[in-house]
Design a protein around this ligand. Structure first.
Ligand SMILES: Cc1cc2nc3c(=O)[nH]c(=O)nc-3n(C[C@H](O)[C@H](O)[C@H](O)COP(=O)(O)O)c2cc1C
Length: 305
C-alpha cells in the first residue's frame, strides 16, 4: 500500500480526496458521512454572513458528460454554521474541514473571514469565483486580478489560519489572478469553480434552468481544470485543491501531476454516490502500486519536470 497522506498548509490529510464546496456539505452529519465513506477531508457549502435564498427550481440538469447547476448559493448564514455545523463536526473531528465563504462586497468578505476564523476550521477558502450569481452580486472578484488581490489582502488581515482562494476558470489568464492573490498573502488555491453553461429545451425553445444559465461541472470540464491547475502551479508553486471533473483514481492522479496537492470532487457524487470517495482512493492506491509510487506526494506537479 502506498502512503496516500498529504500535507496541505501544515494540515495533514489521510488521503488527497476532499468533498468540493456545495455538494452534500450542509450539516455536520452529512460531512461526517463523507469522511466515513473514505474522503480525506471536507469543504463546507459556501457560507454567507446572513441567510441567503437561492434560485427557483429547476436549478440542476445533468447528462453523462456534464452537469449544470444554478443553485444560487443558498445558505442559512454564519450564525447557524457557528452554532451547529462547526461545534458538531469539530467534536471528535474525523478529518480536516475547509470552510468556504462568500459575500458580495470586499468588506463583507473581510468581516466574514473574522467570523469564520472564530469557528476554528482547519483552512479558510474564499469563494471568489461563482459564476451563477452575477445578476444579483456582479462579476466574481476572481475575474479581475486587482479585485482578487485587494479582497485577499483584506481577508488576510483578519486571520492567521491557512487562507486559500477559489478561482473562477472564466478568465483569459488564471495564472495572473493567482499571482495577484499570492502577492497579497494567499497560502494556496482551489481551482476550478464552474464554467459558464446553458442548455435549451428545444421543444419549448427555452433555457432549461429557471436562472437560464448555470455553472458547468462534471467529467466534461476535466481538461479545463487540468490546464488551470497546471498554470497556477507553474506560476506560484503554492498548494492547490485541484477540482473539476474528477471522477476516478486515474483522473485524480492526472490532476495531481498537473500540480494538485489535494483533489476536490463534487459532481462525482452524482455519478458514483458518496461511496465514490472510498472507491477513488482505492483506485489511486492501485495505480500507485502498479507504478511503483510509494508516496503520493511524489507525483505532485510531476508533469512539470
Ligand atoms: C450543485 C453544485 C453546487 C455548488 N455549490 C458551490 C458552492 O456553494 N460554493 C463553491 O465554491 N462552489 C460550488 N460548486 C462548485 C464545486 O465546488 C466545484 O468547484 C465544481 O463543481 C467543479 O468540480 P466538480 O466537477 O467535481 O463538481 C457547486 C457545484 C455544484 C455542482
Amino acid at each position: 500500500m502506498a502512503n496516500l497522506s498529504v500535507n496541505f498548509c501544515d494540515v495533514k490529510f489521510e488521503n488527497p480526496t476532499v468533498l468540493a464546496s456545495g455538494i452534500l456539505g450542509v450539516t455536520a452529519s452529512n460531512l461526517r458521512n463523507v469522511i466515513r465513506n473514505g474522503a480525506g477531508g471536507v469543504t463546507t457549502k459556501s457560507i454567507w454572513l446572513k441567510e441567503h435564498v437561492g434560485h427557483k427550481k429547476p436549478t440542476m440538469f445533468g447528462t453523462k458528460e456534464w452537469f449544470l447547476n444554478a443553485v444560487g448559493l443558498s445558505d442559512a448564514g454564519i450564525e447557524k454554521a457557528k452554532d451547529e455545523t462547526f461545534p458538531e463536526y469539530l467534536k471528535d473531528k474525523p478529518a480536516p474541514i475547509i470552510a468556504n465563504i462568500v459575500e458580495s462586497s470586499m468588506e463583507g468578505f473581510a468581516e466574514l473571514t473574522e467570523k469564520i476564523d472564530a469557528c476554528n476550521p482547519d483552512i479558510i477558502e474564499l469563494n471568489l469565483g461563482c459564476p451563477n450569481v452575477e445578476d444579483e452580486h456582479g462579476k466574481p472578484f476572481s475575474c479581475v486580478a486587482a479585485d482578487a488581490e485587494k479582497v485577499t489582502k483584506m481577508c488576510r488581515e483578519r486571520t492567521k489560519k491557512p487562507l486559500i482562494i477559489k478561482l473562477s476558470p472564466n478568465v483569459s489568464d488564471i495564472a495572473e489572478v493567482a499571482k495577484a492573490c499570492a502577492s497579497s498573502g494567499a497560502d494556496g488555491f482551489c481551482a476550478i469553480n464552474t464554467l459558464y453553461g446553458m442548455a435549451i429545451d428545444i421543444t419549448v425553445r427555452k433555457p432549461i434552468l429557471t436562472n437560464k444559465s448555470g455553472g458547468l461541472s462534471g467529467p466534461g470540464i476535466k481538461p479545463s481544470a487540468v490546464k488551470a491547475v497546471y498554470d497556477i502551479y507553474k506560476a506560484t508553486r503554492l498548494p492547490i485543491v485541484a477540482t473539476g471533473g474528477i471522477t476516478s483514481g486515474e483522473d485524480a492522479i492526472e490532476i495531481m501531476m498537473a500540480g494538485g496537492r489535494l483533489v476536490g470532487m463534487g459532481t462525482m457524487v452524482y455519478y458514483r454516490g458518496v461511496e465514490g470517495f472510498g472507491e477513488v482512493v482505492k483506485e489511486m492506491d492501485e495505480w500507485c502500486d502498479k507504478n511503483g509510487v510509494k508516496n503520493i506526494e511524489d507525483i505532485i506537479g510531476a508533469a512539470h519536470n
